[in-house]
Write a protein that binds this ligand. Structure first.
Ligand code: PLP
Length: 505
């Protein structure tokens, strides 16, 4: 139970699976670059003595399984254009970039076929759902007749967890009504998703969206498909024009549905959170900014909603409807091609597996081989060393510090910073004790920003007092604080935080 808590002595703290997993794992990773950063901050309290940026927590960005999510129409085109073997080499951008050779008409023809499939399915589904719910036939006809088949279709489908803010689009109903009802440039929103049965907030969001979809101005303009599942997900990520995601930052660890869209030439319009913070390119999709402007959620929601409408009205809709005499928007097709050429390969299974192998799996496999050699002798040795070291650790005592006093004097220009530190190390091997000097700027009471770390060299031992020294060239200007940090040092420790003893002096 103690392993599942940050503070084992706190009877009020709940058991956390993440804490347990972290304590039992040599390697830890987030599922996007941003999620790695967020995780280092979230779990900093499990690594006392270290600051977030130092933590041994990395990341591998999620990806999607091409054979599961690709529309056969696209797959045929890709095989024809990239070569039959491209799937075995799917992370290779040079294949995907051949999409630029494909005629715009072919791209749009595939898009149109997939849109029609989705619309056909949606109409049938809505008719069945509304009939089953006992809606009157006139209302059902009204919805079905109002569905414009060649509208710009914007899709939103996922779990209805409240952080995903499915309601954001409906912040300003009048403005939304204007957007969807533009006779020359119609827009259709298609929603789907389920809430966890115990998530009343999520269920309430679904209720609101279903309610709004019944208003006369949104009949056939805002659709909600029930019973979200992988089949509906497939039709939607292949059939819509724009895939929308509006999570509260930085709550979207990765998100993957947008990647499924990318493979199918569907453009993303999302908050720069999770995977989209890495995937977004201004010539292949649209984004709401990464930074929060407000600390108050309702103000942030309002700002995000305004930005959402503005980008829709000023950029997305005009680009989509900028059509030539053949009914094709060259600018739109350019976005689709850039999206396939540059974003798609980055979110393939092969890229993700390559990352897991190179960052984690190879390293762990090698570690495992070392540990089990000669009847696990290395593992036994490490374990014995660790428990012995841990017992003696509290006996390490500071015997003296000799360092330039930066509290009261500025370091003269060009002069190196010299430090000598002495430790009483009764019984411990002084070469198994690391001593380092950390220069940092203090941001506030709990936050430091490390500017430089240098390890002191062991300079000898006399009468159980070990001496460590260093000379630092002052490469930085400005005012810094510094501190000394002592830690266990052994070449076969997997990494610094594999043995969490650390002491600031
Ligand atoms: C891909 C997928 C998800 C994940 O969607 P996100 O937008 O990444 O949260 C959820 N449900 C289904 C059925 C999916 O196919």
């Amino acid at each position: 139970m103690a392993w599942g808590k940050a503070d084992a002595t706190d009877p009020g703290e709940l058991f956390s699976m993440s804490h347990l997993a972290i304590r039992m794992s040599q390697e830890i990773n987030g599922v996007s670059k941003l999620h790695g950063e967020v995780s280092r901050k979230m779990f900093n309290n499990l690594f006392p003595g270290y600051i977030p940026e130092e933590l041994h927590i990395g990341h591998v960005t999620n990806s999607v399984h091409y054979p599961t999510w690709i529309a056969p129409e696209w797959h045929d085109l890709y095989e024809e254009t990239f070569g039959k073997k491209f799937l075995r080499d799917q992370y290779n951008h040079t294949h995907w970039r051949l999409i630029h050779k494909v005629a715009d008409e072919r791209i749009m023809a595939i898009r149109r076929v997939l849109k029609q499939k989705l619309i056909r399915y949606a109409k049938q589904k809505i008719q069945d759902d509304l009939t089953r719910r006992g809606e009157n036939p006139r209302a059902i006809f009204e919805v079905l007749n109002n569905i414009t088949e060649d509208a710009l279709i914007i899709g939103f489908a996922r779990r209805f967890a409240t952080y995903k803010r499915a309601q954001l689009l409906f912040s300003n109903i009048e403005r939304l009504a204007e957007i969807v009802n533009d006779a020359k440039r119609p827009v259709l929103f298609m929603y789907a998703g389920k809430a966890h049965p115990a998530d009343s907030g999520g269920k309430e969001l679904i209720r609101q969206i279903v309610h709004i979809s019944k208003r006369p101005e949104f009949a056939g303009k805002v659709l909600f498909l029930e019973d979200y599942n992988m089949e509906i997900a497939k039709l939607m990520v292949q059939g819509v024009d724009i895939w929308l995601n509006t999570p509260t930052r930085p709550m979207e660890a990765s998100g993957t549905s947008g990647m499924k869209a990318v493979l199918n030439g569907v453009l993303n319009f999302s908050v720069l959170d999770g995977w989209w913070a890495e995937g977004y390119r201004p010539d292949a999709g649209w984004a709401l900014p990464l930074e929060d402007t407000y600390t108050e959620a309702h103000l942030q929601n309002e700002l995000d909603a305004e930005t959402l409408y503005n980008i829709l009205e000023n950029e997305i809709v005009p680009t989509y409807y900028d059509t030539d005499e053949k009914g094709i928007s060259t600018r739109w097709v350019k976005f689709i091609k850039n999206n396939i050429a540059e974003i798609a390969p980055e979110f393939t299974m092969q890229r993700m597996l390559d990352d897991y192998y190179s960052r984690f799996y190879h390293k762990l496999a090698q570690r495992f081989r070392q540990l089990k050699q000669a009847n696990n002798s290395r593992a036994i040795e490490i374990s014995a060393w660790k428990s012995q070291f841990q017992k003696q650790w509290p006996q390490i005592e500071l015997a003296g510090i000799d360092a330039f006093d930066t509290d009261n004097h500025a370091l003269p220009m060009g002069k190196p910073f010299y430090a000598k530190l002495q430790l009483r190390v009764d019984g411990l091997n002084p070469q198994e004790i690391g001593v380092e000097i950390v220069f940092f700027k203090r941001i506030n009471d709990d936050e430091l920003e490390i500017r430089m770390v240098q390890e002191l060299a062991f300079a000898g031992e006399a009468r159980h007092v070990a001496t460590y020294t260093c000379e630092v060239d002052p490469l930085m200007t400005g005012v810094y604080e510094y501190g000394f940090r002592v830690f266990p040092k052994k070449e076969w420790l997997a990494h610094r935080q594999d043995f969490l003893l650390v002491q600031w002096l």
